[in-house]
Write a protein that binds this ligand. Structure first.
Ligand code: SF4
Ligand code: MG
Length: 337
């Protein structure tokens, strides 16, 4: 947006919308998109300086709906591409929006290596536990006992917890949010973009079309029972060890062990379903939400490979001394033969 445009009109999320995308009514992905667009409005982001790297699936339509430099890659490959874009032009703001198929299944190896590299990019991992685009097969994040077309008798497997993996494998900002809770999500989006280093934000994003839970008419009610704030998980943790009145709850997101314990404690909390019956869904514990882990001052991928803000690769004049460039290229080619 130009300065004169900004001076004459109020910026709104409409200014950051691109083509219309089609999600089912109530799809959580529209809440994730709205939180990103609202951040663009709050920060008055220049769309030409923003890159949104996406994979495949309903979740990856977030990029299509977002007016910025947007591109799609095969499952999970959007993360190494986003990493490279930031390294070549560190002045850009780079984000990635993908789903559980992208980040935890077919493309999981790329997620793992992005955790350990710590590039200064933000990854929104939209988790709805199923593959919505291909009619609801279970994803690796699908909980035990979840019934889907590929698990008609209920899943027998434990789900992968991507926040736990992110914390153990080196991500420096790890948070879990709920797409229907825009207040919490906005706060987390702000902090994720501010953070220097790799920000992993898992957004619990309901798929009302394919994700069904026994005892619940609306999937959003199931999420209400499943999600627990990290502060509450911490209190439950302290209650188990020391009575709450003796030690005040005080969750510290810079403490890696505490973050991992909060995730485990939440998994062990059961609840009664709304009909008062303890059913299989209640046997899977809860998902802890909030800012789980934040580590400041760890060198980023760009710092580790010596990327210069003053002289980024994108600004090098590669046409200059083209004869020299040709000689270097031929020398390198000979070395690789
Ligand atoms: Fe959203 Fe599920 Fe519909 Fe895909 S199938 S648009 S994930 S509600
Ligand atoms: Mg999915």
């Amino acid at each position: 947006m130009t300065t004169s445009e900004k001076n004459t009109k109020q910026v709104s999320t409409k200014d950051f919308e691109n083509i219309d995308v089609y999600w089912c009514a109530g799809c959580g992905h529209s809440g994730a998109l709205m939180a990103i667009l609202r951040w663009c409005v709050r920060k008055e982001v220049d769309p030409s300086q923003l890159v949104n790297s996406n994979g495949i699936g309903c979740s990856s339509k977030v990029g299509d709906a977002h007016r910025c430099n947007n591109h799609h890659w095969l499952h999970g490959r959007s993360l190494p591409i986003a990493t490279a874009i930031k390294a070549v032009n560190p002045k850009l703001v780079v984000l990635d929006a993908g789903g559980d198929g992208d980040g935890a299944a077919i493309g999981a190896e790329h997620t793992l290596h992005t955790f350990r590299r710590n590039p200064d990019i933000t990854y929104f991992f939209l988790n709805n536990q199923v593959y919505g685009l291909t009619k609801g097969q279970i994803a690796p994040t699908g909980h035990k006992h979840l019934v889907t077309p590929t698990t008609p008798c209920g899943s027998r497997e434990e789900p992968v917890d991507m926040c736990r993996l992110a914390i153990t494998e080196g991500a420096t900002f790890v948070a879990r949010a709920y797409s229907y809770d825009q207040n919490q999500l906005s706060l987390i989006v702000d902090r994720a973009f501010e953070h220097k280093g790799f920000s992993f934000v898992e957004i619990l994003s309901p798929c009302p079309t394919y994700h069904r839970e026994p005892d619940y008419d609306a999937i959003k009610d199931w999420y209400k029972d499943v999600i627990i704030d990290v502060g509450e998980a911490e209190r439950a943790m302290q209650d188990a060890l020391i009575p709450a009145e003796i030690v005040a709850p005080n969750y510290n997101p810079s403490n890696k062990e505490q973050a991992l314990r909060a995730i485990e404690i939440a998994k062990n909390i059961t609840w009664q379903t709304i009909s008062g019956m303890a059913r299989t869904t209640a046997m899977n514990g809860k998902l802890v939400a909030g800012i789980l882990y934040c580590e400041e001052n760890k060198p980023t991928f760009e710092e580790n490979i010596g990327v210069s803000l003053e002289h980024p690769i994108v600004e090098l004049d590669l046409s200059h001394n083209s004869a020299d460039n040709q000689a270097v290229f031929e020398q390198l080619t000979r070395e690789f033969l």
